[in-house]
Design a binder for this molecule. Structure first.
Ligand code: PEP
Ligand code: MG
Length: 544
């Protein structure tokens, strides 16, 4: 067997697979007819409108299909596509070009490309990944006009590894159930749709391997893929196949051995109860987290809701998202962290100064306290959502007790305003993140002011060791096991114990089986992590 080589990319979805190759590299819709004549303009504009009208119900039907299959993430993608298809600016852009005598099919592709370029240029990786959505929608409208049937993925009859330059949501949705063993794409990031989809389908994916490498692999018969390591091998030799099969058996055995822990209450061997919760970034992750066995949400990072868009989300929109998550978790606690942006992350709708040291700058609670039009709608939405579940609120980046007093004062002000309006609210515990050394060292002063602490080890490590958390050269310093960090956690737990409040950990260290015994010994009561890590953590706790 010929060894065509290794494709290295981004590890987008865990797991290994070996299987036959299915190449999906569709050409662009035929747009030979580039221009039209003056008297054709009205009819061509109508054709464009009719194409949009034909595409929208198809998208709705797919969204409905996804929702019925319990796949909220994908349903949300198609709903976004419906909005894009009906976007007045898209229609305006196309109409302008058609009046300039360009054919509508060529015009919609060109306008789609312009938009995609704008998205792709955005720094935020989530927004950049939206470029594919725009292209996908434009292509579907064009195909509707050229009358070409979309062929390919729906015809897949043998479970295969799908190789494609890029995979749009409308592509992945056409793959028959069980026919995708894995995905390898030339483009993409961890937040591309194909990555999200692969994770929700539970199949491996390696994305961003580059066009040239991918095309070389198009001629291969089989591909071996390790989505956890981020590489694929075209036409692997027998040793590689054997190695992959061994990994596959190992992962499967691990998955089966963890199954019994998934929905168990975690207890140490000595019987101490530890709550294992999920870290979430969007409401669509709630169901999945419950399936992984989450006993609550230890950290809901609300910033994604603010960063995925051009303007600030309204109180109403936030209320809908927060109450949806709270309702999904029922009596289980859901801790929403108030907005933690600033510094290196831009927030559309808020003017941020350029800073020399963004991580030591105007971020988190510092920004929120100074921008009430940002903070108050969020707090009001949380208070209202608290009527629908066990909602708790947590303030990030606390360094002084004054910040806690000030934040609580704004919260009380919001509660009074809502009461005066006759709007329903619910009871809500309030906590703070312990992620600055100052907060840990002043934990005794902070503890009487709050209901709980949650240790953010990601930032606590970076600030304690003066080691930027994004700098891969400093890996040896980025450890929550450093005695200085453990000492700060010890002080935090001691102060909490004295004040009768509980402590959780929601940084990456919470999922580290080597650190768990130490954290539990120090008095940590809750560990919050990415949902797929939950069964593994519950098992590790039972062995403490
Ligand atoms: C942390 O700092 O550990 C944390 C959980 O917050 P984030 O990673 O969002 O800064
Ligand atoms: Mg943090």
């Amino acid at each position: 067997m010929e060894l065509r080589g290794r494709l290295t990319g981004i590890a987008a979805s865990e797991g290994v697979a070996v299987g036959p190759v299915f190449v999906h590299a569709p050409g662009e819709p035929r747009t030979e007819r580039q221009s039209i004549t003056e008297d054709e303009v009205p009819r061509e504009l109508e054709r464009f409108e009719a194409a949009v009208e034909a595409v929208v119900p198809k998208l709705s039907a797919t969204a409905q299909k996804m929702r019925e299959a319990g796949n909220e993430d994908e349903a949300a993608i198609f709903e976004a596509h419906i909005e894009l298809a009906g976007d007045p600016e898209l229609a305006e852009g196309v109409a302008g070009r058609v009046r300039g005598l360009q054919s509508p099919e060529a015009a919609v592709l060109a306008v789609g490309e312009e938009y995609a370029g704008l998205f792709a240029g955005m720094e935020d990786s989530y927004m950049a990944a939206r470029a594919d959505d725009v292209r996908d929608v434009a292509r579907q409208i064009a195909v509707e006009m050229t009358g070409e049937a979309e062929a390919g993925l729906e015809a897949l009859e043998v479970p295969s590894i799908i190789l494609a330059p890029a995979l749009a949501p409308s592509d992945t949705a056409r793959v028959p159930r069980g026919m995708a063993l894995g995905f390898v794409t030339a483009e993409g990031s961890k937040t591309s749709h194909v990555s999200i989809m692969a994770r929700s389908m539970g199949v491996p994916a390696v994305v961003g391997v580059g066009g040239a490498a991918l095309e070389e692999a198009f001629g291969a018969d089989t591909v071996a893929l390790d989505g956890g390591q981020g590489y694929a091998i075209a036409d692997p030799d027998p040793e590689t196949v054997a190695e992959m099969e061994r990994r596959q058996a190992e992962l499967e055995a691990e998955r089966l051995s963890l199954e019994e822990y998934r929905h168990k209450e975690a207890r140490t061997s000595g019987g101490r109860r530890i709550e294992v919760s999920a870290n979430l970034g969007s409401s669509t992750e709630a169901e999945g987290a419950l399936e992984w066995g989450a006993e609550g949400v230890g950290l809901f990072r609300t910033e994604f809701l603010f960063m995925e868009r051009d303007e600030l989300p309204s109180e109403e929109e936030q209320y809908e998202v927060y109450s949806r998550v709270a309702a999904a978790f029922g009596e289980k606690p859901v801790i929403f962290r108030t907005l933690d942006v600033g510094g290196d992350k831009d927030l559309p709708g808020v003017e941020q100064p350029a800073e020399e040291n963004p991580f030591l700058g105007w971020r988190g609670i510092r920004m929120c306290l100074e921008v009430p039009e940002l903070f108050k709608p969020q707090l009001r939405a949380l208070l209202r959502a608290a009527a629908h579940g066990n909602v708790k609120t947590m303030f990030p980046m606390i360094a002084t007790a004054d910040e806690v007093h000030a934040a609580r004062a704004v919260l009380e002000e919001c509660r009074k305003e809502l009461a005066a309006q006759g709007t329903q609210t619910g009871p809500m515990e309030v906590g703070v993140m312990i992620e600055t050394p100052a907060a840990a060292l002043c934990a005794r002063e902070l503890a009487p002011e709050v209901d709980f602490f949650s240790v953010g080890t990601n930032d606590l490590v970076q600030y304690t060791l003066a080691a930027d958390r994004g700098n891969e050269r400093l890996g040896h310093l980025q450890s929550a096991g450093h005695p200085a960090v453990l000492e700060l956690i010890r002080l935090t737990c001691q102060a909490a114990e004295e004040a009768g409040i509980w402590v959780g950990v929601c940084g990456e260290a919470a999922a580290d089986p080597d650190l768990m015994p130490r954290l539990i010994e120090l008095g940590v009561k809750e560990l919050s992590m990415s949902a797929p890590s939950i069964p593994r953590a519950k098992k590790a706790i039972s062995e403490v």
